[in-house]
Design a protein around this ligand. Structure first.
Ligand SMILES: Cc1ncc(COP(=O)(O)O)c(C=O)c1O
Length: 480
């Protein structure tokens, strides 16, 4: 084909009242949706198509721009316009749209009925994922090779549900070093991410007689499902600019709570020093348990990291960490650090369910950690994410100065509050029409008025130029 412009069938009906530009758009949209134009197909240049159809070039340029805004095609200066993957048929296209519905935190609950179905998004500020393109494949492959070469045969058999001794020891030392966690290796339980670890903890708490577990609102919704699944009730405790309102917690009879003290999910605020003290005092006074979800502590950019709450009250706190933000959710690897008496109860549940975490991945991660590869990876990715966050904040300040960002300089997402008179669902819908994905928090316990003014912008998976362009288009959508 060389550099010749490919040909394409577009039938125009010049007797129809509908404009030529609309007809070209309609024809190409239908061809993409039906699969007649497969993903990756290069479209003719605007000049060539205009020549073929006998219309002015501007008509085709406008049509291509509209299709690009809707996510059907991508135009790259100098290399032309290609078809995007939006599904192989109308059914598949709408499945794609459902997967990416605006307003829905990916992986979270379905969007409320007042939010429209989405077009494919060309810039997606989705939350919940690190940049999987930054996964350190070479270092992980080296660690896997080394682990397989050195792990004893016995480690390939059944072993304790708490994890390989080598990894438990490496984690105890690493967590002490970077998070101020105070523990012996015997208190470490290797698990398959936070969700899995929390399911084991909540089950042990129910076995101990807890009938209710408190959660932060707004907050991460997954633990709520685990609490209900274990047969307990969920008690909502509000979060404000200083984190969980511990006084509200103390006013209940609940004795267990799951919190994100270092970087509240999703608001991004840090639990204030007085509240930390109150929180520990509360746990001691009621013989309570705090589950500390330290999901993204690796990513703090302003050089003011706070240590884990566990370090202050190791007898009262179950600490939980995960590789889902720092490396990849697909690894399904995380850890708990529990008070010694709770470890046995957690392991009872472990034995009754999945026995243990895959030993090859455990040995690989131990190797990765001991060789300093995690530190190296974090230094590199912290720089990248810090830049992305800075770019996002600068772009918001320039294009949407009315919008206020909450939270400290950390993590992979920003929580923003819209000014009076703006409606988040409307902003989400407008943005989607411009091919930009932004999200309302998926928390159904959240105060509706607060939710109506809140937006989440994940920046972890976007490059700086995509962030700038996305915010430019978001601003255009809002001002339209
Ligand atoms: C607040 C919070 N905790 C924990 C996790 C990670 O969960 P897991 O380790 O089960 O992948 C996430 C992921 O989105 C999260 O948002």
């Amino acid at each position: 084909m060389g550099t010749t412009s490919p040909e394409i069938l577009v039938e125009l009906d010049r007797s129809r009242p509908r404009g030529l530009r609309a007809q070209i758009e309609e024809a190409l949209r239908a061809a993409v949706r039906s699969g007649r134009l497969a993903p990756g197909t290069r479209l003719p240049s605007s000049r060539a198509l205009a020549g073929d159809l006998g219309v002015t070039r501007g008509v085709v340029v406008d049509a291509y721009e509209q299709l690009a805004a809707e996510g059907y095609v991508t135009t790259v200066q100098g290399s032309g316009t290609t078809v995007n993957d939006v599904g192989d048929a109308d059914g598949a296209a709408s499945r794609t749209a459902r997967r990416r519905a605006p307003g829905r935190r990916p992986g979270g609950p379905p969007p409320p009925a007042d939010q429209p179905a989405a077009v494919t998004l060309t810039t997606d500020f989705r939350t919940g994922l690190p940049d999987l393109g930054l996964f350190p494949r070479a270092a992980w492959a080296r660690a896997t090779k080394a682990a397989l070469a050195t792990m004893p045969d016995a480690d390939l058999g059944y072993h304790t549900g708490a994890g390989l001794p080598r990894l438990r020891a490496a984690l105890a030392s690493y967590l002490g070093r970077v998070r101020g966690v105070s523990c012996t290796p015997d208190q470490v339980v290797v698990c398959n991410g936070f969700g899995h670890g929390f399911s084991l903890v909540v089950r042990a708490l129910v076995d101990r007689g807890h009938t209710e577990v408190a959660v932060e609102v707004p907050g991460y919704d997954d633990p709520r499902d685990q609490i209900r699944w274990a047969g307990a009730r969920v008690r909502a405790i509000p979060v404000d600019g200083e984190g969980l309102r511990v006084a509200d917690l103390a006013a209940t009879r609940v004795r267990a709570v799951v919190v994100t003290p270092a970087h509240q999910a999703p608001t991004g605020v840090v639990l204030a020093p007085d509240r930390r003290t109150d929180h520990v005092d509360w746990a001691r006074a009621v013989d309570g348990i705090v589950v500390e979800d330290d999901y993204d502590a690796e990513y703090r950019y302003d050089r003011h990291p706070v240590g884990a709450l566990q370090g202050v009250a190791p007898d009262r706190v179950v600490y939980s960490g995960t590789l889902s933000k720092s490396l990849a959710p697909g690894l399904r690897l995380g850890w708990l650090v529990a008070p010694p008496d709770l470890v046995d109860e957690i392991l009872t549940g472990r034995k009754a369910t999945d026995h243990m975490t895959t030993s090859i991945v455990q040995a690989t991660f131990a190797e990765f950690l001991e060789a300093g590869d995690l530190d190296r990876h974090l230094r590199r990715t912290r720089r990248a994410y810090r830049e992305r966050r800075d770019v996002l904040m600068d772009a918001l300040a320039e294009r949407l100065p009315e919008v206020h960002s909450e939270g400290v300089s950390a993590g992979l997402q920003a929580f923003v509050t819209l000014p009076d008179g703006w409606d988040a669902a409307d902003v989400v819908a407008r943005a989607a029409r411009h091919g930009v994905g932004v999200y309302q928090p998926g928390d159904d316990l959240m105060d509706p008025a607060h939710r109506a003014r809140s937006l989440l912008l994940g920046f972890g998976t976007l490059r700086p130029e995509q962030i700038r362009d996305g915010i430019r288009r978001l601003a255009e959508a809002v001002r339209e």
